[in-house]
Design a protein around this ligand. Structure first.
Ligand code: URA
Length: 210
């Protein structure tokens, strides 16, 4: 799948293993999720365009350097687990705006229903990085992508810590234009839609609610 990138950087793999471990504390889990998000942000912004900028260096020499062009970025965590990736991502791109999307799954229709949506006014002009630690069934990611597309966004990327093949298939089928970046691609979903081997419930592990 050409629009799916699995990061094999040793630091990311090391931290993902620590994140998965059932003995990892809430504090450590939060720190690790943030650090991995920071490392992933470094990689997923690799294609940002540069433009020339004339400066005078500390030696008084004029030179033409490179700076990221005026391209505007926006990160959008999917509530609530996506919040665990925000600080790490912002440590690399501190000027990015932050939107939020909240979804719950209707127990009868199993469809994702939006309960919160706050996006920057100029969101359609921005490159969007959707953040969600777990790409499981793809239902909430597909719904979030659709919300962003309905808001006029054209350049959308998904950044996930762990993905299941089932979710990747659903999202690439529904939104082949969206690039997906994952730190690990796992084996499968179990009957409760948990990723196996996975790490458990990312929201509970981030916020200590279990
Ligand atoms: N959400 C989680 O937090 N964990 C999973 O394994 C799947 C979805």
């Amino acid at each position: 799948m050409s629009n799916v990138t699995v990061f094999d950087h040793p630091l990311i793999q090391h931290k993902i293993t620590m994140l998965r471990d059932e003995n990892t504390t809430v504090k450590e889990f939060r720190e690790l999720a943030s650090e991995i998000a920071m490392l992933m942000a470094y990689e997923v912004t690799r294609d940002l365009e540069l433009e020339d900028e004339k400066i005078v260096t500390g030696t008084g020499t004029e030179m033409v350097g490179k700076k990221i062009s005026g391209k505007k970025l926006c990160i959008v965590p999917i509530l609530r687990a996506g919040l665990g990736m925000v600080d790490g991502f912002l440590s690399i791109v501190p000027n990015a705006k932050v939107g939020h999307i909240g979804l719950y799954r209707d127990p009868e229709t199993l469809e994702a229903v939006q309960y919160y949506n706050k996006l920057p006014q100029d969101v359609s002009e921005r490159t969007l990085y959707l953040l969600d630690p777990m790409l499981a069934t793809g239902v909430s990611l597909n719904a979030s992508i659709q919300i962003l597309k309905d808001a006029g966004c054209k350049n959308i990327k998904s950044v996930n810590l762990i993905a299941a093949p089932e979710g990747i298939e659903e999202v690439t089928k529904a939104h082949p234009d969206v690039n997906i970046f994952v730190a690990a691609l796992d084996s499968h979903l179990n009957e409760h839609a948990y990723i196996i081997p996975g790490l458990g419930d990312a929201g509970d592990r981030l916020f200590g609610t279990k």
